[in-house]
Design a protein around this ligand. Structure first.
Ligand SMILES: Nc1ncnc2c1ncn2[C@@H]1O[C@H](COP(=O)(O)OP(=O)(O)OP(=O)(O)O)[C@@H](O)[C@H]1O
Ligand SMILES: [Mg+2]
Length: 319
């Protein structure tokens, strides 16, 4: 909720002004190559001018058909080949364009295929530029820090770290919003909102919408924001926990929500498990949580920054 998708979409308007087309691909919840193909098709259907340019080639690709509703993908025997053919059509016919893979970590299961595909495209069609967004774990890390065995070795992308607003910026953001809606600005309320929501643009926007647009009284607006926010965070956390050892992760998150050192995390886990757990396992959990940006470390102390995640964990809404 820090504004990744918004930034990409805002950049698109500027690109448009420069005559560069962008295909936005939302990968949230996508699994495997067919999912990727369908997501790309959806992105193409939003950018008809590119679709128009590649139409004559794309129509002949196995597994791809183009009708009145745009591109659709049928189950093909070799989805990765279909993917390559489709991207090659874009590379040949669409001119300079940008393909945006939002939440790229979702493609972890097919990361090797994806890396090979990207390396081929980088070599063959330099007119296609990729933007990846996601949390700094798994595939995103592999993309940003290619090892010598990676097809992308020597081609690490430029990075952009998106940080929450500072407290001052957050307060300014809320004041501006109230001003735009001609609502009175009450400093104490602005301060309390920033205090409770931190500088996360997504939470500030939810609050601002409740207070200035839906005209809720401050307390109710804040309460609603926290309810809605914890729900969103809960869904995302559940998604992160899929296929991981739930007990170990939740236990770690719960102690870090209060703030904990390494030893305290280990103790909490062992108490919960009722048996000893080796250091490497603990380290691995901590590294994954850090990379997913769920926890932070400062001088050996682990904490949780996101106020919604903290509330979720400390009020036992998740077990
Ligand atoms: N720079 C900004 N100024 C004002 N509002 C913003 C800004 N960035 C994001 N927002 C608002 O914050 C909300 C969350 O932003 P967005 O969905 O882009 O975040 P995200 O990082 O993609 O979130 P997620 O982690 O859910 O994918 C949106 O409602 C958006 O309008
Ligand atoms: Mg997003």
């Amino acid at each position: 909720m820090v504004g990744k998708t918004s930034l990409v979409k805002a950049a698109n308007r500027k690109l448009e002004g420069m005559g560069i087309k962008a295909i936005y691909v939302n990968l949230w919840g996508v699994r495997g190559t067919h999912g990727l193909l369908n997501a790309l098709a959806q992105g193409l259907n939003q950018e008809r001018s590119i679709l128009q340019k590649i139409r004559s080639i794309a129509e002949r690709i196995e597994g791809v058909s183009i009708g009145a509703e745009g591109v659709s993908i049928s189950l093909s025997r070799r989805p990765m080949t279909t993917m390559w053919d489709l991207l090659a059509a874009i590379g040949k016919q669409a001119g300079d364009c940008v393909i945006e893979l939002d939440e790229v970590q979702e493609l972890s299961v097919i990361s090797w295929h994806l890396l090979k595909l990207l390396a081929n495209i980088f070599n063959t069609y330099p007119n296609i530029v990729f933007i990846f967004t996601g949390s700094m774990f798994g595939l995103m890390k592999t993309l940003l820090e290619p090892k010598s065995t990676s097809p992308l070795y020597g081609r690490s992308p430029a990075r952009l770290y998106l940080q929450p607003f500072t407290r001052e910026k957050a307060a300014e953001f809320l004041r501006k919003g109230f001003q735009e809606y001609r609502e009175p600005i009450r400093e104490a309320e602005v301060n309390e909102a920033v205090e409770k929501l931190d500088g996360i643009p997504g939470w500030l926007t939810l609050y601002g919408n409740n207070a200035a647009v839906r005209k809720m009284p401050h307390d109710k607006a804040l309460q609603e924001t926290i309810m809605e926010g914890t729900k969103i965070v809960k869904d995302e956390l559940e998604h992160f926990l899929e296929g991981r050892d739930r007990t170990l992760y939740i236990t770690t998150l719960k102690v870090t929500a209060i703030s904990a050192r390494w030893k305290e995390i280990k103790n909490a886990i062992e108490t919960r498990k009722g048996s000893s757990v080796n250091d490497a396992t603990i380290q691995n959990i901590i590294e994954n949580l850090k990379a997913a940006m769920l926890i932070n470390e400062h001088e050996g102390v682990y904490t949780i920054k996101d106020p919604m995640l903290k509330t979720l964990l400390l009020t036992s809404q998740i077990t």
